[in-house]
Each structure stands twice: as structure tokens, then as C-alpha cells.
Design a protein around this ligand. Structure first.
Ligand code: NAD
Length: 271
């Protein structure tokens, strides 16, 4: 990866840093000279990452636990006195008919994909206001800016992440703090395979059936690093995703009829 100036000696927390997109971001940041706290619930994944990138600081963190965020922020401050960047990336997939989805799964994805972002954002923000600088980067999705049937809860939460990030960005600017949202298209990772599937839904198959080619986590990470340095409001990639989201903003009804509605696959037995 080419040099992207601006990351040398920056302190960065990356949640979900042990695998997939998060791991790509961690590796890219280390290459750019950042001091990276890779935070994840998956200790084996963290160990494997630390074996291949020994300069990372692995931290066990469950994003559903507020105190885990406070602990990692305290650790960064004890080591370096300041926190430059937090990347709230950890997340899971949930796919299938909304009506058939158990309430416990709706709560689970809300805790992992949304409360995580609230905790990470709020606690980092308080510290960054004290500093007068810092950058909060929240990973949403292209499904956070347009509907995704059979992933209604995932998409709903990603819309919430986007709304929180864009709204806070305007408040935060008054304190010198930056906020960006990331809207990736399809990224190669294990997320589809490890997603919670409702009934016989298979997220991996349905994503593969779109015929779209996912980009690598490292390419995604590079786009994110450039977006951070440019302080983009929304970091959107790859290019096809920028075009799709732009067309959806301009023609939501037509785009929904052509591309969104055909994806819906109800599984509830009608009585
Ligand atoms: N893969 C894609 O196509 C895609 C597209 C758009 C957005 N995203 C978003 O990118 C982010 C990363 O997804 P990914 O594809 O790399 O997934 P992944 O499954 O490969 O990695 C997710 C990481 O989050 C960690 N994690 C899960 N639950 C956690 C918890 N409770 N506490 C701490 N860590 C936890 C996992 O251990 C894993 O290391 C997610 O927010 C996802 O919604 C992914």
C-alpha cells in the first residue's frame, strides 16, 4: 500500500479488529505507522493477528459491554495520554423474514451492531472533546442508505448508525472532533457465513447470487484510510456502490421497484 501521510504515531482503536474488514484496517494502519489497539471478542483471532503483526496491541473487548470500551480507552490514555481515532467496526449479519426472526436475535444484533457504536462513540467523544480533537469513524453499510429486504433489522440499524454519525458530525465540529460514516459495498469476509440466518435463509448464498464481486478487506481498508485523512462525511466504496447509492437518492421509487423489491423472500406461512 502506498504511503498515506497523517497516521504516523496516531493512537487508534479498531473494534472487530481480529477478522475481516477490521483486520484489514488494523494491518493497513500499522503499515502507515499508527499505534493500533485491535479490540475484539475473538481472542484466538487476536492472537493470530498479533502473531503476524506483532506491533499491534490486542485487547479483549465485547462491544456490547460499555465498561469494556471504557477500559480500552483508559488503556490508550495510560499509554499515550490521548486517543486520536476510534473505528467502530465490529458487527454481525442477520438475515431472513422479519416476522420469523426471534425477538432475541433482534436484540442481539441491536446490541452488537448499534449499542456498540453508541458506547464507542459516546465514550471516545467525551475524551476527544477534552482534547479538542479526534476522529470517530462508524462503519455503517450501503444497506444503511438504501433498503435491504430480508435484512430489515441489519439495514435499519445501519441507517441508525448513519443518522447518528452524520448528525453528531455537525455537533462535534464545534469541539474540533470529526465524525465519519463508512458505507462499504460487498467486502470479502466471513460475515455472511457467520451471520444469524432465520429459518432456511442463507445469507452467503443470497449475497453470492447477486453476481457482484466483493472487494478485499485490504482494498476496503485503503479506501477507509483515505476517507479518514480527507475527513469525508461518508466514505463510500467501491465505485459501483457510489453510483448505486447516488441513483437511489435521486430515484428511490424506481430503484426500489427495479432492484430492491425483487430481493424480498417472505417465508412466513400465510394462514
Ligand atoms: N462484509 C461485508 O460485505 C460488509 C458490507 C458492509 C458493511 N459491513 C460491516 O463491516 C463491519 C465488519 O464486518 P466484516 O465483514 O469484517 O465481518 P467479520 O465477521 O469478518 O468480522 C467481524 C468482527 O467483529 C467481531 N465481533 C463480533 N461480535 C463482537 C462483539 N460482541 N464484541 C467484539 N467484537 C465482536 C468478530 O469477532 C470479528 O472479528 C460490520 O459492521 C459489517 O456490518 C460489512
Amino acid at each position: 500500500m502506498k504511503k498515506i501521510s497523517g497516521f504516523e504515531n496516531k493512537t487508534v482503536i479498531v473494534t472487530g479488529g481480529a477478522a475481516g474488514l477490521g483486520r484489514g484496517i488494523v494491518e493497513a494502519l500499522v503499515e502507515q505507522g499508527a499505534i493500533v489497539y485491535a479490540a475484539d471478542i475473538n481472542e484466538a483471532g487476536l492472537k493470530a493477528l498479533a502473531d503476524s503483526v506483532p506491533t499491534i496491541i490486542p485487547v479483549k473487548l465485547n462491544v456490547t459491554q460499555q465498561q469494556d470500551f471504557q477500559q480500552v480507552i483508559d488503556q490508550v490514555l495510560a499509554d499515550h495520554d490521548h486517543l486520536d481515532i476510534i473505528i467502530n467496526n465490529a458487527g454481525i449479519g442477520l438475515a431472513g423474514d422479519f416476522n420469523d426472526t426471534p425477538m432475541t436475535d433482534l436484540e442481539k444484533i441491536t446490541n452488537i451492531n448499534f449499542w456498540s457504536v453508541i458506547y464507542g462513540t459516546k465514550l471516545a467523544y467525551t475524551q476527544m472533546i477534552k482534547q479538542g480533537y479526534g476522529h470517530i469513524v462508524n462503519v455503517s453499510s450501503s444497506g444503511g442508505a438504501m433498503p435491504v429486504p430480508n435484512q430489515s433489522m441489519y439495514s435499519g440499524i445501519k441507517h441508525a448508525v448513519l443518522g447518528l454519525s452524520h448528525s453528531l458530525r455537525e455537533e462535534a465540529a464545534h469541539y474540533g472532533v470529526k465524525v465519519s460514516a463508512v458505507l462499504p459495498g460487498m467486502v470479502k469476509s466471513d460475515m455472511w457465513e457467520s451471520a444469524v440466518n432465520v429459518k432456511d435463509y442463507n445469507l452467503k448464498n443470497s449475497m453470492e447470487n447477486t453476481g457482484l464481486k466483493p472487494i478485499s478487506a485490504r482494498d476496503a481498508a485503503e479506501a477507509i484510510l483515505h476517507g479518514i485523512i480527507d475527513n469525508n462525511r461518508s466514505i463510500i466504496f467501491p465505485r459501483i456502490n457510489r453510483i448505486t447509492l447516488c441513483l437511489y437518492r435521486l430515484m428511490p421509487n424506481l430503484m426500489t421497484r427495479l432492484f430492491v423489491a425483487p430481493l424480498a423472500r417472505p417465508t412466513t406461512e400465510a394462514s
